[in-house]
Structure formats: C-alpha cells, structure tokens
Design a protein around this ligand. Structure first.
Ligand code: NAD
Length: 471
C-alpha cells in the first residue's frame, strides 16, 4: 500500500504538469481542489428485519462544465479520499477526451456479496433519494454511471427513482448513464471502457518510433498481454485485445491467477470460471495462488483492470511488461509510474486517457436521452438506399456484378452500435494524438501522464478564463 493518499497521488500528477505551465497559481488551485463532497448515512432494513446504517458519498470535483459526471462504486474500500481522487480523475478524463462535463464520483460503502438483490435495490433507491434531496443528481447537475461493483441494474433503479420523485421532468432519463437499453441505455455502453482500452493500446502500438524505443514490433498483433481483473473493464479489454490480434497469456482475479505463454482463450476461461467458480486449474495454464504474482510474469503489455494501488514501489521493480496500460483508475502509484518512466524502457498509458471510453459513450447516452431518439433512426434506411443506388450505378458503368454478400456489406447503413463504436474509436485516436503532440511540444521529455494532464489543464483553464472569472 502506498503511503500517500489516492487524492494526493492524483494531485502529484497535476502538480507535475502544472509546474510546466504558466497559468496563475490561483487558477491552478481552483482547478485542482474538489468543489463539493456530500457524505450521508441512511438506514437499510435487511431482509431479516434488522436495520443497518449505510455510509455513502458523492464528490463533485469541478463544475467548470455541467453536468458533472462519474461512476458509483459499491465497495467496502470506499472513503472520502477515494471519491475525491476519482472525481478529480473524472474532471481530467473528460477534458482529455473532449467530453463537456465536470468530474464527479460516488460510493456506497458495502461488501456487495453480503446483500440480496432486494436489499441492493432498496439501498440504491435510498441513495438516489439522498442525492436528489441535496441536488447532487440531475440531467444538468450531476449524472452518475456504473463503476466498480455496480452495473446496469443499479443504474435502472436510479433512473426510475429519480423519475418517480421529479415528475414531469421530460429529460429525467438523462440523470444517469449505463442504463439497460430498454430504459434509455445506449448500445455499446457496457463494453465501451474495455473497447476504449483496446483502441488506446492499439494506437500506442501503431507508432513505430515509440515501439522501437521499447524494443517492440509495431502493431498490437502478436503482443503478449496479461490482464488483472475479469470484471466489466478487464473482461472486455481482454476480449477486444484478443480479437485485435493480441495474445492473452495471463489473467488474474481475486482468487488467484493463471498464466500460459501459448495463450488463453478469454471466453473459454470465463466459461471455466462459471463452471468451477474459479479461474484456477484452467487447462495447461500455470496457477498462482496470489493473483498479483501473475502481473510479474514475462509479457509485452500489462493491463491492470481491477482497482487502484496494485503496482507500487514494492512490486514495480519485478514488473517485466514494457507497456503498462492503466485500464483501472489509479492502478499504478505515482512513484511506481515515475520509476517506470525513469527506467527509459517502459511506458505507462495513463488511466485518465485510457479508460475514458466509458464516459465517452456515457456522453453519447446522455445526448440520446436528451434528444429522445435512437442514433441512426433517421438516416439508416436513407443511407442504405443511397448506397444501393450508387452500387447499381457502379455496376452499370463498369459492367461488373457484386455478389449478394458484397452488396449487403457495402450498403449497410450505420445503426446505433456502429455510430457509438465509431464515435468512440475516433475520440480515443484523436485524444491520443493530442497527448502525443503535447509530449512532442515538450521535446518528448515528459511521460504520457504528464502530457495528458497538461492537455486537460489547458482545456479546463480556458473554460474558466472564457468565463472571465480569472484575469
Ligand atoms: P468490476 O466490479 O466489474 O470488476 C472488477 C474486477 O476486479 C472484479 O471481477 C473483481 O473480482 C476483480 N478484482 C478485485 N480485486 C482483484 C485483485 N486483487 N486481483 C485481480 N482481480 C481483482 O469493475 P469495473 O467496472 O471493471 O472497474 C474496474 C476498474 O476500472 C475500476 O478501477 C474502475 O474505477 C475503473 N473504471 C471502470 C469503468 C466502467 O465503465 N466500468 C470506467 C472507467 C474506469
């Protein structure tokens, strides 16, 4: 465990970037501090009739753009420092990928497996009520999303509770994202963070000069990858990396880890876990009783996708991966990250950029809810008709005939999922190139994290300056 707090670690990264910028120190301080934190306790009646006190938080780090946005964690590790740190990361993340929100984060301090579905529903609805009461939720105020330990079901309860207590609000569905499709969710949201992680890693691997410095071949194809955590982010990241040509050779979960240098089929491992209750004892893979030991095995890319503070100065010297891709929030402590950068032989892809896919697609979901129409509904058939006429003209002019399959593929009009995935891909590529440009402007003497913070601070500062709040 690192000695300095999670929020201090985020601020350390901020300070490093800020020291290279010439903004007024008061403005930089305003950007860095957490604007509001709401701490609440409320009673939960358990299924056995007993009453338990639940602790919960919501932090809104920056209201320079509204609404603020950020997930809700369901975990025993939740505390004020953590929600503040994560809300700050959300502010920088949104700025890095040009999503027009401020940062927020929430947390409910529970050990999720101890509660029944009914209890989870009751406490989620009560948490929503507490947020409404203090104006910490709303389509133009603060919009939660899933995070560690929460998913679409919780988001559906939040949307339903919010709608019930704010009658006649036509935009109430936009009060939360990550909802099921039937409740205003957007296609592609569940897998968005993992998919974005894949796009980010692929983008880094596509630059020959960066790969050469690390002693690696260009491209994600054939790269050997170890993933920590097989939850929403880890599972999807592993799946898309595998589909993109990477080889998953190691995976860890809280019960331990497995490693097979010949590759592990992600779907098959998930099936094995469902059948046996554990990822251990999978085919020919080597077992590790302590999951974190797998992270230290030979590989090209390490993807920590579980929790913060997993790679510290204690284990960093034993990490063999050349690329450490922060899919989780804060998985590498700031001193360990510095250690990797200073080695000159490793690159860290920072969390604030790499796991932004979730908030990018949440932004799309919010837009969908506000516009009250599914993406692609107006143009899909029109596009298909236009493509069909165009192909017929090409066939006539060139005296060729396309096969039925070619016609089907070439005349496909974009549906919601196509548009969401394409918007996500564009955003991740564009943001990476912006970060790379910032790094180049600093003669490549800074790491990607510092470059991404500089990119974020610049955008947030210009939002404040355009308000005329600061000279
Ligand atoms: P999740 O609850 O779906 O999955 C987390 C997984 O990690 C679980 O399967 C858990 O068993 C496993 N895990 C816990 N401790 C572990 C350990 N020591 N070793 C190996 N595995 C361990 O959560 P998630 O939504 O996938 O979030 C994971 C991380 O990604 C968090 O840091 C979260 O803040 C971040 N994140 C999530 C999203 C999102 O859209 N879900 C977006 C951005 C960032």
């Amino acid at each position: 465990m690192s000695a300095i707090s999670f929020f201090d670690q985020v601020n350390r990264n901020f300070d490093r970037a800020a020291s290279l910028m010439s903004y007024d120190s008061g403005l930089l301080h305003q950007i860095k501090v957490c604007n509001s934190v709401y701490y609440t306790t409320f009673p939960l009646r358990r299924d056995d009739g007993s009453i338990e006190t639940i602790e919960a938080w919501r932090a809104e780090h920056s209201q320079h753009k509204l609404p603020t946005k950020g997930g809700i964690r369901y975990s025993m590790a939740v505390n004020e420092d953590e929600v503040k740190a994560l809300s700050a990361l959300m502010t920088y993340k949104c700025a890095i990928v040009d999503v027009p929100f401020g940062g927020a984060k929430g947390g409910i301090k529970i050990s999720r497996p101890r509660y029944s579905q009914n209890e989870l529903e009751r406490l989620t609805r009560r948490y929503t009520f507490e947020l409404v009461r203090k104006n910490f939720i709303g389509p133009g105020v603060d919009v939660p999303a899933p995070d560690y330990g929460s998913g679409a079901a919780e988001m559906a309860w939040i949307a339903d509770t919010y709608a019930a207590i704010t009658p006649s609000q036509i935009d109430s569905l936009a009060c939360v994202t990550g909802k099921p499709i039937g409740q205003g969710g957007v296609r592609g949201r569940t897998e968005a963070t993992g998919r974005g992680v894949f796009f980010g890693i692929r983008q880094l691997c596509d630059y020959p000069e960066d790969m050469k410095k690390l002693g690696l071949e260009t491209g994600i194809k054939g790269k050997r990858v170890i993933v920590q955590g097989l939850g929403n982010v880890g599972y999807h990241a592993a799946k898309f990396i595998q589909e993109g040509g990477g080889i998953i050779i190691g995976l860890s979960e809280y019960e331990g880890g497995v490693y097979d240098k010949n590759g592990i089929d992600v779907e098959d491992l998930v099936k094995h876990r469902k059948e046996t209750g554990s990822i251990l004892h999978y085919k020919n893979a080597q077992n590790f009783e302590r999951g974190n030991d797998v992270l230290e095995q030979e590989c090209d890319i390490l993807v920590p996708a579980a929790l913060e503070n997993q790679i510290t100065m204690e284990n960093a010297p034993r990490i063999k991966a050349k690329i450490i891709a922060e899919a989780a929030n804060g998985p590498v402590t700031s001193d360990a990250s510095e250690y990797f950068t200073n080695s000159g032989k490793k690159m860290v892809i920072p969390d604030a950029y790499l796991n932004a896919g979730g908030v990018v697609v949440s932004y799309f979901e919010w837009l969908k809810n506000l516009s009250h129409i599914r993406f692609g509904r107006m143009e899909k058939r029109f596009e298909e008709g236009a493509f069909t006429r165009l192909l017929a003209a090409v066939e006539n002019a060139s005296n060729t005939k396309f096969s039925d399959l070619e016609i089907k593929e070439l005349t496909h009009g974009a549906d919601e999922e196509d548009l969401v995935n394409s918007g996500l891909e564009e955003t991740m590529i564009e943001a990476y190139n912006q970060i790379r440009e910032v790094r180049a402007r600093h003669n490549n003497n800074i790491d990607l994290r510092t470059a991404s913070f500089i990119s974020a601070i610049d955008k947030i500062a210009s939002a404040y300056l355009s308000l005329g709040v600061f000279p």
